[in-house]
Design a protein around this ligand. Structure first.
Ligand code: NAD
Length: 454
């Protein structure tokens, strides 16, 4: 017999949503609008999920309902998609990639022998979508989950929010062996991770990343921290989780711009380490960009591949003494651009995309990388929806000054991550004139002020 899902929808656009759901899930739709008022309210009370469509497009509503059904275990991948990578740092921990895995968090946590009380930290966007699933699975598996929500957005990665979370933990008399669960994107992973690293000198941490950027990058590698008024990520600690649970189905609800920016880090891994991954991204760019019919297996494989690549690097160089530097491909210019543009103007992945365009061009101008290589990289970035041109207000001299400042802070030469071919990079200082020329032409040509001066 086919499952029947009762989904209570309130607000506008219900019939359009119903149509999209029926088509995507391959299930017949019964419109209970047609039922008389009394019968309808009885059905609402019985609903598996209730959901407000207010202010959301039918497409977005349908996508969020599908994601809820997957994460709650109502719709299973057939066969299930489960990929596990053990990270060999300290006592070691598993990174589990599981399509629909949010609904199996309790099961995964049981294996860690933690005390029943766990402290879930999330932001309001992720809470509205996934807190009920996560709290449900934790409770079902015998845990006693407590929930803390911060406002979504980078501004929450702050000393104020940090103190508020410490207060909450102290009020609850949270103990040293009780775990913190970071449920959300990279902002939550960094903030809750830093709480776990510092509260009572360290309590168990479980990362449950829900954005693409966090799944392929931020949740792996042990970097945690908060921002300071004078700069991003200035306060932090290396602290590894006991488990990372990645549910790529959660990406169904990620806003398109945030999803797209995540691809920049994926392309970065391919260029620095993996020709095959690069070719796979080229072949599937359109499918990956368009999420209306998500390629569950492909997505899980690609995310798991990125995790394995990052894990292999950090296992070699946990504290960024040497090899880990290659993960900064595209980031020298990206950080300078984020700095000069003011944080928030560009998403991090967008800045990294532009940074990779500049870095590849520098390598090419210095004779280290082919023109065809640069074109191939840029074409892929564009196909995945990432920017390869800059049209904002930042000027070349701002970028050069920001890079210089970074260099002074670090008290050393800028070491560029330069591609030699797709899948291979080296870390090296570069001639100042080449860097200057490339940055000047990339930023100058497109900046509106300069255009005006022409
Ligand atoms: P984010 O955590 O702010 O998430 C972006 C937005 O998406 C937020 O509004 C969030 O509420 C929302 N969101 C997250 N998951 C969602 C989902 N499944 N459905 C709907 N909405 C969802 O930002 P981010 O891009 O994930 O991460 C950026 C942060 O990560 C920055 O603070 C950056 O410094 C940090 N970072 C850390 C590392 C590291 O190694 N620790 C690496 C890269 C980036």
């Amino acid at each position: 017999m086919q499952n029947v899902f009762l989904i209570g929808l309130s607000g506008s656009g219900k019939s359009t949503v119903g149509g999209i759901l029926a088509e995507r899930l391959g299930k017949p739709l019964i419109d209970i609008d047609a039922l008389i008022e009394k019968a309808r309210s009885d059905w609402y009370a019985e609903a598996h999920f209730t959901y407000s469509t207010q202010g959301k497009s039918p497409e977005r509503v349908a996508q969020e309902i599908i994601a809820m059904l997957i994460s709650s275990g109502e719709i299973m991948a057939d066969p299930p998609i489960l990929l596990v990578r053990r990270v060999h740092i300290g006592e070691g921990y598993n990174v589990v990639v599981d399509w629909g895995g949010l609904g199996r968090l309790g099961q995964n946590l049981q294996m860690l022998n933690l005390p029943p009380r766990v402290f879930v930290i999330t932001d309001n966007n992720v809470r509205d979508l996934y807190a009920s699933t996560v709290m449900g699975t934790l409770t079902y598996f015998g845990f006693d989950p407590q929930l803390y929500t911060v406002p979504g957005g980078e501004a929450s990665k702050s000393q104020n929010q940090l103190n508020a979370i410490y207060d909450w933990l102290i009020e609850h008399h949270a103990e040293r062996n009780e775990a913190i669960i970071a449920l959300g994107g990279g902002m939550i992973g960094d903030l809750a991770g830093y709480v776990a690293a510092t509260y009572l000198r360290g309590v168990p941490l479980v990362q449950v990343p829900t954005s693409l950027l966090a799944q392929v990058d931020a949740a792996i590698g042990g970097k945690t921290g908060i921002n300071h008024a004078r700069g991003k990520n200035l306060i932090g600690a290396f602290y590894h989780p006991r488990l990372v649970l990645v549910d790529p189905a959660a990406l169904l609800t990620l806003p398109a711009r945030e999803r797209t920016e995540g691809w920049a880090e994926v392309v970065k891994y391919a260029i620095i380490l993996d020709t095959k991954l690069f070719a796979q991204l080229e072949a599937q760019a359109e499918t990956l960009r368009d999420f209306s019919h998500p390629p569950a297996e492909l997505l899980c494989q690609i995310i798991a591949r990125c995790i394995a690549l990052k894990a292999s690097i950090i296992e070699e160089d946990e504290r960024e003494q040497a090899r880990r530097a290659i993960l900064n491909y595209g980031h020298t210019v990206a950080h300078a651009l984020e700095n000069a543009a003011g944080y928030g103007a560009l998403l991090h992945g967008e800045a990294v995309s532009l940074g990779m365009v500049v870095a590849a061009t520098i390598a090419q101008q210095a004779g280290m990388f082919t023109k065809a290589g640069v074109t191939r990289q840029n074409k892929l970035l564009k196909a995945l929806g990432l920017p390869i041109d800059y049209s904002g207000p930042v000027q070349a001299q701002d970028i050069l000054a920001a890079i210089q400042l970074d260099k002074k802070v670090a008290n050393k030469q800028v070491r560029w991550v330069m591609p030699q071919r797709i899948g291979q990079v080296i870390v090296t200082p570069m001639p100042g004139d080449v860097v200057q020329n490339v940055i000047s032409s990339f930023f100058a040509e497109r900046s509106p002020n300069k255009e005006g001066n022409k």
